[in-house]
Ligand binder design. Structure first.
Ligand SMILES: [Zn+2]
Length: 94
């Protein structure tokens, strides 16, 4: 077995996780729809996202594709997710 395949294997695992979370076809459709609306303000920081820069198509409500999708900078998307996680753990405690 070639362990140089490890990186590719990780990508497949991540892809499966992504699909299991409700991404997949719905995510692709939403991303295409959002891509046509660029340039648009980032959902998090409100700075304009230009079509030629990297951006993420993110759930408006995490894990609920029916709630809609928003465009956000990759960095903003990550910080938003981190904030949501912090919020959830606080809510569990109370
Ligand atoms: Zn942003």
């Amino acid at each position: 077995m070639h362990w140089s395949c490890t990186a590719a294997g990780w990508t497949v695992a991540e892809y499966r996780t992504t699909v299991a979370r409700g991404y997949g076809q719905a995510h692709r459709n939403a991303r295409n729809r959002l891509a046509r609306q660029l340039p648009a303000p980032c959902y998090v920081c409100r700075e304009t996202i230009w079509p030629d820069e990297p951006w993420h198509c993110s759930h408006l409500v995490d894990g609920d594709p029916s709630a809609g999708w928003v465009a956000a900078h990759p960095v903003c998307n990550q910080s938003m997710k981190a904030r949501r996680r912090a919020l959830r753990s606080r809510m569990r405690r109370w």
